[in-house]
Design a protein around this ligand. Structure first.
Ligand SMILES: Cc1cc2nc3c(=O)[nH]c(=O)nc-3n(C[C@H](O)[C@H](O)[C@H](O)COP(=O)(O)O)c2cc1C
Length: 171
């Protein structure tokens, strides 16, 4: 991975099996010199504990839109402005749909809407979910609005299916 010295990356993690890959992504980004802050959706926390990303990034993990303590330290609009790049990896089908619709009912969705910085998403889902016209439309619309779509990769999936939908490898 190229040098990312002084780069500020806000990494959003949504609820999917590939949340475990985000741990490696945090490790690689910090090793490349980036400052990484992690935001998790409520569903993401069903897969990996925030503590994992806290230990790897060296910073507290943001999980709650209505967290008075976090808001007083750096409110959600400041957090959206703080980063050079907002990356959502893995990006679930659900998240992409809400992002396309402009929802802001959790912290990560709110940050996506509030950020003027470049936003990239790394879709990760079952191949049938990825093939669904709803998902395709969501990604098409997001791309048209300038959102960078990285991946997905193709191959064997956690559910046993084979096809496109795997999250890109973190490297
Ligand atoms: C075991 C399990 C694995 C899942 N894996 C994925 C996945 O890889 N991709 C995806 O889009 N949804 C997956 N889901 C469904 C999402 O967790 C669900 O749609 C959730 O609402 C996503 O919330 P979020 O987008 O706010 O994080 C999975 C659900 C379960 C129970």
């Amino acid at each position: 991975m190229q040098s990312l010295g002084n780069k500020k990356i806000l990494l959003g993690i949504t609820g999917g099996i590939a949340a475990y890959k985000a741990a490696e992504l945090v490790r690689l980004l910090t090793r490349a010199g980036a400052e990484v802050r992690v935001v998790m959706t409520p569903a993401a926390q069903e897969f990996v504990q925030p503590l994992t990303y806290q230990a790897l990034s060296g910073h507290r993990v943001y999980t709650d839109l209505f967290d008075a303590e976090a808001e007083s330290a750096m409110d959600h609009i400041e957090l959206a402005r703080w980063c050079d790049l907002l990356v959502v990896a893995p990006a679930s089908a659900d998240f992409l749909g809400k992002m396309n619709a402009g929802y802001a009912d959790n912290l990560l969705l709110t940050l996506c809407l509030a950020s003027k910085q470049p936003v990239a998403v790394a879709p990760a889902m079952n191949q049938q979910m990825f093939a669904n016209p709803a998902t395709r439309d969501n990604l098409h619309n997001l791309t048209g609005r300038g959102v960078l779509v990285w991946g997905p990769d193709e191959g064997e999936q956690a559910c046993g299916d084979v096809g496109p939908g795997r999250m890109l490898e973190p490297a």
